[in-house]
Design a protein around this ligand. Structure first.
Ligand code: SF4
Length: 681
């Protein structure tokens, strides 16, 4: 029996465990690490079952090419030659920016770095992005503008040091179970809990204050809370004067009578006194922590929502010390790392801007290339739109599944079918891979070395426990093979450790994060040098950008609101036992058994009005399409609201969602669209 210490491939909490491997190279279980400071010997149900999909018979084990409408097995040499040949033809005919790359929040830092390098150094385009665009791009934009850094300001352990925890737009116990259990523990130890969520999620049931604001009205709620704080003299003047700028602009905005608790109550549906109560609790707490997630970010005004959270923290001085801060919980195992590695179109590693000539010079010298592109590239969402319009001709997707994860599936399908070349590198034949011209079999986290960066900015080791299945290859190796075939000799690495050494040299915030140093326990960036201990709490004495910026934010309603034809608000999210597009959890018996099919939550009154009974199939429809799901009649949702998880290919919620984008972050509005529902049959 072999024990291999590694990091959970599911949520961004970053739990560590040992994979137990028998002498037939079969993984037979996991044992949680007791030394790890995050999970301390615990795992959630996904962690305990995180090995079953690894050796699943559905795994892709050979490269495939589409010929005459069907996939045929080909050799790696043929596959790599075909990918590079077609990419070069498209580049020659349509220019560098006719090609786009999607890297992956599920793959390692080293692999995200290499795909970013492949896009920029080899194919000379900044069209590189990944699914952070769909979850926390508004966090990166909003918090970078306010603080200079777009990541969780504090550590997971800080949760238990807060006197007040304000959870807004995060179903923490379902999405980040071990962080959720810390919130519950803190509450049991005396912390006050304020939960702002239209659904009565588990944390809401134990909250001291449960704010059920209407979907999409966060800015009104937060501005009204800030008006109360200023009007009652509860703002932290010392902090504001010493640490921030543009406070007058914030004051002018939030003191407008339209954000009075009474007026805000009309928009949000929240009683004015409850707005006052929550505002006072946060402002008067010795230590108050804000936790948020995609309920805040996935809006056409996602950046405004994020900024408003940042404003509340700065207004009350609740940042820079333990038990406080603005804490976006990143959804996938390595979505933080994929952003850190420059898997986004405007920056290289460590958020170094592609538009900065000095930064480009540094990367040109290190990568031995003449001229790197200086204009910001396309995002996941704009690249799909570009493919639909015919501007993007080739898409190389590693470990992403836009056919399930992106809004308006019909639009996505049309876009992907419009491409001259779709390459999908993945571990299973996903609905996206089914549309590909060439499919490259990558490997799971258990078959390769590397690192993931968790939501608290902790870079941790991923270790190979078994040999790759069939002819599948580690993604880092496939990317290097593609680069070599394209005639670029500077992506020849022995192993991911060498890749990390290159990242260390080029990335100030990762400068001191070497494999030797994170052998037992990960380090939190920024960690600029070999002797630096890492940074559990950001912005202690000064913000990364110097002074924190108040960027006054006005309310903009969601883009598609209910009307006579579509009288419900549809909102989407996740469930505890499934993960993202379901490719891994749906191949895990126990997890699939718990939540095996698409459902739609509907309030008992709404169900009664429509004659819908609990458990019966219904059709949910919007202007984009229609899906069938099982009705779950529950007062978890308020009247007039429908909730669907997006994990399920059959009954896929994203057939219904609205492909409208935040103008800055380009994140889609997954959380609000107008919908209707009717009995099936
Ligand atoms: Fe894995 Fe997240 Fe569960 Fe930890 S909390 S075991 S990281 S899914």
């Amino acid at each position: 029996m072999k024990r291999v210490l590694t990091t959970c491939p599911y949520c961004g909490t970053g739990c560590n465990f040992y994979l137990m491997v028998d002498d037939g190279d079969k993984i037979i279980g996991v044992v949680p690490s007791t030394e790890n400071v995050v999970n301390k010997g615990q795992l959630c149900i996904k962690g305990w079952n995180s090995f079953q999909f690894v050796q699943h018979p559905d795994r892709l084990t050979h490269p495939l090419v589409r010929r005459n409408g069907a996939f045929e097995r080909i050799s790696w040499e043929e596959a790599i030659r075909a990918v590079v040949g077609k990419l070069k033809d498209i580049q020659a005919a349509h220019g560098n920016d006719a090609i786009a790359f999607f890297s992956s929040a599920k793959t390692t830092n080293e692999e995200n770095y290499l795909m970013m390098k492949l896009a920029r150094a080899v194919f000379k385009t900044n069209n590189i992005d990944h699914c952070a665009r769909l979850c926390h791009s508004s966090t990166v934009t909003g918090l970078t503008g306010a603080f200079g850094s777009g990541a969780m300001t504090n550590s997971i352990s800080c949760v238990e040091e807060a006197d007040v925890i304000f959870v807004i737009g995060s179903n923490t116990t379902e999405q980040h179970p071990l962080i959720g259990s810390r919130v519950i523990k803190a509450k049991r130890n005396g912390a006050k809990l304020v939960v702002a969520d239209n659904r009565t999620i588990r944390l809401a049931r134990m909250a001291d204050v449960h704010i059920r604001h209407k979907n999409g009205t966060d800015v009104v709620l937060l501005n009204a809370m800030m008006q109360v704080i200023i009007a009652e003299g509860l703002e932290n003047r010392t902090f504001i004067e010493a640490r921030t700028e543009s406070y007058d602009k914030l004051k002018d905005t939030v003191l407008n009578p339209k954000y009075s608790p009474e007026r805000a109550s009309l928009v949000t549906g929240v009683p004015a006194d409850q707005i006052r109560q929550a505002a006072r609790m946060i402002a008067q707490a010795p230590k108050a922590m804000i936790i948020y997630s995609m309920g805040i970010t996935q809006h056409s005004h996602g950046v405004d929502n994020v900024r408003s959270c940042a404003h509340l923290a700065m207004l009350t001085g609740q940042i820079g010390i333990s038990g406080t801060g603005v804490n976006p919980l990143r959804g996938q195992n390595n979505v933080q790392g994929a952003c850190d590695m420059g898997g986004i179109p405007d920056v290289y590693t460590g958020y170094q801007a592609v538009t900065d000539p000095d930064v480009r010079k540094k990367f040109e010298a290190a990568w031995h290339v003449d001229r790197l592109p200086g204009q910001v590239g396309e995002t996941v969402t704009t690249a799909i739109n570009g493919a639909h319009e015919g501007k993007i001709k080739a898409l190389y997707i590693m470990g992403e599944n836009p056919m399930i994860s992106d809004p308006d599936t019909r639009h996505v399908r049309e876009a992907l079918q419009n491409l001259d070349l779709l390459v999908v590198q993945d571990i299973f034949m996903t609905p996206t891979a089914e549309l590909a011209h060439i499919v490259l079999p990558g490997v799971t986290y258990a078959e390769k070395d590397g690192t993931f960066t968790s939501t608290e900015r902790r870079v941790q080791r991923v270790r190979k426990a078994i040999e790759p299945l069939g002819e599948s290859r580690p993604d880092w190796r496939i990317l290097c093979d593609v680069a070599r075939e394209a005639g670029y000799p500077h992506m020849a690495y022995q192993d991911p450790r060498q890749v990390m050494e290159e990242i260390n040299a080029l990335t100030p915030s990762y400068g001191g994060i070497t494999y030797d140093r994170i052998e037992k326990l990960g380090l939190q960036w920024p960690c600029p040098g070999p002797d630096h201990p890492g940074t559990p709490i950001l912005h202690r004495d000064r913000f990364t950008k110097g002074r924190g910026a108040f960027m006054a934010t006005e309310y903009r309603p969601s883009m598609e609101l209910p009307d006579a034809d579509y009288p419900f608000v549809l909102t989407t999210g996740r469930v505890f036992t499934q993960y993202h597009t379901g490719t891994m959890t749906r191949r895990t018996q126990l997890l699939e058994r718990e939540e095996p099919e698409a459902f739609v939550e509907i309030h008992p009154q709404s169900a009664k009005d429509l004659g819908i009974r609990n458990g019966e199939p219904v059709f949910v429809f919007t202007r984009r399409g229609e899906v069938q799901a099982k009705a779950r009649v529950t007062d978890v949702v308020p009247p007039g609201v429908l909730f669907m998880p997006f994990h399920f290919e059959e009954g896929s919620a994203n057939v219904l969602t609205n492909n409208v984008l935040d103008p800055l972050a380009k994140i889609p509005e997954f959380k609000v669209c107008a919908a209707n529902v009717r009995k099936s049959g």
